[in-house]
Design a protein around this ligand. Structure first.
Ligand code: 5GP
Ligand code: 5GP
Length: 230
């Protein structure tokens, strides 16, 4: 009987202990994602300039910047797992789509791998409780497919033509077409004008669907912002 009790005790410890440890690592967990897309024209016309990828000039379309785990209080985890480096071989089936939808514009010119590696290591590793490396990149590509930002804007007569548009009309047209209120981030062109740089949409923890944002980032655009060409 004693032996049975002792072994039951050992078995229950084996069952309980891992859940205690995983509970403590959930301090690295998150509440939702920001899915962030960048307008290439606004990355390239700043004082810093840009470099086209080694694969050539990207399409005149929004490109993926990243899929960022976030907390509802506005803070976010980063660089959560050094033991899971970026591994290109896990996403070999996605590389063609990545080059198209997630192009790098930083200098010097690159294939995109350094950008994807940075995004995976800084942000992707913080979503490992839900999605693995392949799913992380696949999820971002799926979201890009589902959210045609340029289509939403141009249908509303908002074109990348260097003219100014009201921030409200930009927000409304995206909400109208995609169904959720975006957050718009601006930067400044070479002459200092405020322009449409990045669009943030919020995504549930599983990465499967858009949600209304629990919290918006900080920062401010002008009431009228430029939409530069690319
Ligand atoms: P910036 O300071 O230029 O807005 O952002 C620099 C970098 O910090 C971003 O590219 C991103 O990696 C990270 N970052 C900025 N704001 C947020 C945020 O609200 N959530 C998350 N997860 N990352 C952010
Ligand atoms: P963040 O930490 O801001 O998410 O990621 C930005 C980092 O990725 C910076 O180190 C930046 O140099 C690099 N990067 C490479 N290509 C791009 C690009 O096309 N857009 C942006 N925003 N950052 C890029």
């Amino acid at each position: 009987m004693k032996i049975l009790q002792a072994s039951l005790c050992v078995i229950s410890l084996l069952v309980i202990l891992p859940s205690v440890f995983s509970a403590s690592s959930s301090s690295e967990d998150f509440d939702f994602f920001y899915f962030v897309q960048q307008w290439p024209g606004s990355y390239c016309d700043t004082q810093k300039k840009c470099c086209y990828p080694t694969t050539g000039k990207p399409a005149a379309d929004f490109g993926i910047h990243g899929l960022w785990p976030n907390y509802k209080d506005g803070t976010y985890p980063s660089n959560c797992d050094e033991t899971k480096p970026f591994d290109k071989s896990t996403i070999s089936d996605l590389l063609t789509s990545m080059k198209k939808s997630w192009p790098t514009l930083a200098c010097p010119s690159g294939s995109g791998e350094a950008f994807w590696e940075h995004e995976w290591e800084k942000h992707g590793t913080c979503s490992e409780s839900v999605i693995d490396q392949h799913e992380y990149f696949q999820t971002a590509l799926n979201l890009k497919q589902k959210t045609n930002l340029l289509g939403a804007l141009t249908r509303a007569g908002i074109n990348p033509d260097g003219k100014s548009y009201s921030l409200e009309s930009i927000r409304d047209s995206i909400k109208e077409s995609i169904g959720f209120t975006p957050w718009v981030e601006c930067n400044r062109d070479g002459s200092g004008n405020s322009q449409l740089y990045q669009v943030y949409l919020c995504v549930d923890r599983s990465g499967s669907g858009l949600i209304e944002c629990p919290v918006f980032p900080h920062g401010k655009c002008g009431a009228e912002i430029e939409f530069p060409s690319f």
